[in-house]
Ligand binder design. Sequence first.
Ligand SMILES: *[C@@H]1O[C@H](CO)[C@@H](O)[C@H](O)[C@H]1NC(C)=O
Ligand SMILES: *[C@@H]1O[C@H](CO)[C@@H](O)[C@H](O)[C@H]1NC(C)=O
Ligand SMILES: *[C@@H]1O[C@H](CO)[C@@H](O)[C@H](O)[C@H]1NC(C)=O
Ligand SMILES: *[C@@H]1O[C@H](CO)[C@@H](O)[C@H](O)[C@H]1NC(C)=O
Length: 597
Amino acid sequence: MQAWMPPHDYRGRPVAVLGAGVLGRRIGCIWASGGYDVLIRDPSEQQRADGIAYIQENVSLYAPKTGKMPGKAEVVEGMKTAVENAWLVIEAVPEKIQLKIDTFAELEAHAPNDCILASNSSSYKSSEMLEKVSDARKSRILNMHYYMPPQCMIVELMTDGHTDQRIFPFMVEKSKEVATLPYVARKESTGFIFNRLWAAVKREALTILAEGVSVPEEIDSMWTEMFVKGGSTPCKNMDAVGLDMIAFIEAHYIKERNLPSDKTVDFLEKNYLHCGKLGNKSPKGGLYTSVENRASMTKAYDARGPRILALDVGLSAATPTLKSGEIVELTTDGKLQRVLVKSQSLPDGIAVDPSSGRIFWACMGAPGKNDGAIYSASADGTYIQTVLAPGIVNTPKQMTIDISSKKIYFCDREGLRVYRCDFHGSDLEVLIDNGRCDGDSCDAAKWCVGITVAPSLGKFYWSQKGPSKGGKGRLFCANMTTPEGHSATSRNDIQCILDNLPEPIDLEIDEQSRTLYWTDRGEIPLGNSLNRAELNESGLVEPGPSGRRYEIVTRHLKEAIGLKLDLDHGAIYVTDLGWWQRLSLQFGWLQGGNSLE
Ligand SMILES: *[C@@H]1O[C@H](CO)[C@@H](O)[C@H](O)[C@H]1NC(C)=O
Ligand SMILES: *[C@@H]1O[C@H](CO)[C@@H](O)[C@H](O)[C@H]1NC(C)=O
Ligand SMILES: *[C@@H]1O[C@H](CO)[C@@H](O)[C@H](O)[C@H]1NC(C)=O
Ligand SMILES: *[C@@H]1O[C@H](CO)[C@@H](O)[C@H](O)[C@H]1NC(C)=O
């Protein structure tokens, strides 16, 4: 390829601006203020007069600090006069396709061969505009888009698809010389860079107004607080929030509005989340990878080390109410670090999605009422979202996540059901349906309480605890895929794997060794224990040689409920539901210090 040369002796040649309108005269003023001679061409006498008056009166305001003597500015009527010696022609003629085509044809005829041609067009493809222009000329044409100088000195530069890449460093330098702020779009893009950003803001602001959700004054006031006073910027803000969280929220809109996901969630997953770039909280950074930007956050995160998330049902609060529940964070040696979420209505189940670090938890609400709910929050307890609002399920208990299908499984005790839904609460399915409670009489043998899922076996397991200390507890399993042609009430794949247990509660499974663990808060000697049973390849329990079907791992617990396996560290966490003077905790999940990454 031939060496690219700037236009010959460009300092001694004028800049031509086509169009003396509101924008054209300002563009002329910019170049004049940087010491270049400027010729503005406009067929209208009035525009020419107004244009030159503008420059004469305002040129000194444009770039007082360049220290340059303003160049000479003139207005002309004819195209040839304007461009015949120009090193740069900027066309700012109205956005009419025929006018643009004719303009470029005239430039082809009259502008010097080494002249750089800039079009302010953003709504036409260059192929439509440049039909009468030679290929050699096309490589010296680019898009240049000014906003409203002198208030906004941004200028965007963009290829027209044929532009010689070597033009850009040169034009960036020249733009800086005349005190504008150049930004180069890396590709051809309708609307350049800023207008696309602005388009998104306008679109959503108008949609909010159209839906009657807010009023202009409040939208502007919130914007000011957030972005003007707060100094927030979009990409840094996303890194601060966490790209996992951003993807999570975006997925919600995608679903609700039926939007494509390729350029948002898929883009984030492929390029950031899958490589452990979650934003400031990851050592690898996020959209920004610069060390400075995330150093402080990373340090704070790493210093936290492994942690335990636990649920405090709130019964030990000074004045216990239905709203005293909390999610707390503890160190592995049991020190309370902080409260992540407050004012929960009898929280019971908790699970964490390891890929996003997002916490999901279930609130029982008032047992017997259809006011149970499921929520989620980011790892630090912020950005709480409602997964299932009150009014859908009764008393959600233990929950578990199937990472592969991104589904939540949970039991509903007084609802007598097992459910499954996605992370946003959509596609809620009843998997097991044990009928209905009849007013106050409710058969505890049908209460579904603990749950775990084993994708490798294609099964989920749940407990039906039976009456308190009643020795009627059972463990069941069923296929993750409901048998064809069956429903929750008719399915024929439910198997009771163990029965007559004291009072089994939470379940966990180690899929690798095919071992099912569960807590039991039933009567001693067998109750208040941690238990396990080996499963065979079908995921079922086979009696051992002595007829024994399961093993008691440990006994003498006090109202054993919560259970979590930390397989990486060979640990099992169990909680006792204490009495009034004990802090009542249910351990939810133990997380290694770096596993969020
Ligand atoms: C100079 O700029 C100011 C501010 O934009 C404007 O009000 C004024 O009309 C300009 N002068 C002329 C002669 O156009
Ligand atoms: C280009 O300039 C013309 C004339 O000032 C204006 O009407 C048009 O909106 C400008 N185009 C863009 C994309 O700003
Ligand atoms: C349950 O799943 C197992 C293993 O995938 C399969 O062999 C069996 O046919 C399924 N049962 C029913 C009733 O679909
Ligand atoms: C697993 O155990 C069940 C119940 O004892 C039995 O029916 C089944 O055949 C066993 N499956 C395998 C693969 O051994």
